[in-house]
Design a protein around this ligand. Structure first.
Ligand SMILES: [Zn+2]
Length: 329
């Protein structure tokens, strides 16, 4: 059943051509931002490699497909950090190597998925490197990572890198539409999530569109001097920073873009509801860049599950926005 997601067609086609020619790479590094669908792509690839009855996407009916769907395919293994661990340890990669060198039980391929590959400890990565240097025939290693810079250059150089690119327009908008999202919401959410449709879909489920309108209004009010930074920061924390932060980033980036391109041909078409696109931020570009990089750092802190207090949010973002406002006219 499962082929790739619609915006992944081009890399998928290239790989299927190589499979048809009997030249499928022995190791792929599937890269791309979180929320682009690397998991779905890898699942589709594993399905295609293990299907016994199809040249393209898995047929979903043959014995190989049924075993894979049932989680019991002898030629498929998934390696990820064990429960409560953040790293992939050497004993896991050693076990994987053993699995690889055991006789294949079904064919045509043996597939091992390492996800996320950047979670490997240095010792685990060394152990994997040996397998990458002398790969057994008809074995495919699928490494998954959205932080490929954290992988060693030797590992990267021994893999064929497949970069899943962000998608801001079709077919991501069409796919989000099939999930019940209207075009305007899809466009906005793809904008604030950096073109990652799965992240856009998740945010929509968290009431992100409504939040977008609210955040845009608050940023405008801050810049007009019509809102209290501490109160606004408090509300942001209460509403959930994982939803608020992308809208804030969008608003600030829009303002920066507007300064570079006053004709207003914003790439993303405004932030939030109600035509709130243009924000009356002042012309202090340095301050805007500063706020933007602070927002990035806050995003990274959030991703590492650090909590943020309303006070620090006020100090770092709301007060600078209040100061950035151009109230001269
Ligand atoms: Zn099949």
């Amino acid at each position: 059943m499962a082929g790739p997601l619609p915006w992944q067609e081009a890399p998928w086609r290239r790989l299927m051509e190589r499979k048809a020619a009997g030249r499928f790479p022995h190791a792929l590094l599937i890269a791309g931002p979180a929320g682009i669908g690397k998991g779905a792509f890898v699942a589709a690839l594993a399905g295609a490699l293990l299907c016994e009855d199809s040249d393209g996407a898995a047929c979903g009916r043959c014995a190989g497909c049924r075993q894979l769907a049932g989680g019991a395919h002898p030629d498929y293994s998934l390696w990820e950090p064990e429960e409560d661990a953040v790293t992939l340890k050497i004993h896991q990669i050693r076990e994987m190597n053993q699995t690889i060198f055991l006789t294949r039980s079904r064919g045509p391929y043996k597939v091992c998925v390492v996800n996320p590959a950047d979670a490997m400890t240095p010792a685990a990565a060394d152990s994997l490197l040996k397998t990458l240097e002398e790969p057994p025939p008809l074995t495919v290693l699928l490494l998954v990572s959205h932080r490929t810079s954290q992988l060693s250059a030797t590992i990267r150089s021994r893999c064929q890198v497949v970069r899943l690119a962000p998608c801001y327009g079709e077919p991501a908008i069409g796919w989000l539409g099939s999930q019940g999202m209207d075009t305007a919401a899809a466009t906005s959410l793809l904008g604030i999530t950096g073109g990652t449709p799965l992240r856009a879909l998740a945010l929509a489920g968290e009431g992100a569109m409504e939040e977008g309108g609210r955040v845009a209004a608050e940023v405008r009010d801050l810049c007009r001097g019509a809102a209290d930074p501490a109160t606004v920061a408090q509300r942001w924390c209460k509403a959930g920073l994982e939803v608020v932060l992308p809208w804030l980033q969008g608003a600030v980036q829009d303002a920066i873009r507007e300064l570079f391109d006053p004709s207003g041909a914003s790439l993303r078409g405004g932030t939030g509801e109600g035509g709130s696109g243009r924000l009356s931020l002042g012309h202090d570009l340095t301050l805007l860049f500063d706020i933007d990089s602070r927002l990035n750092r806050l995003g990274e802190a959030l991703a590492k599950r650090h909590s943020l207090s309303p006070n620090s949010l006020a100090e770092q973002i709301a007060i600078p926005l209040y100061r950035a406002g151009d109230r001269s006219g």
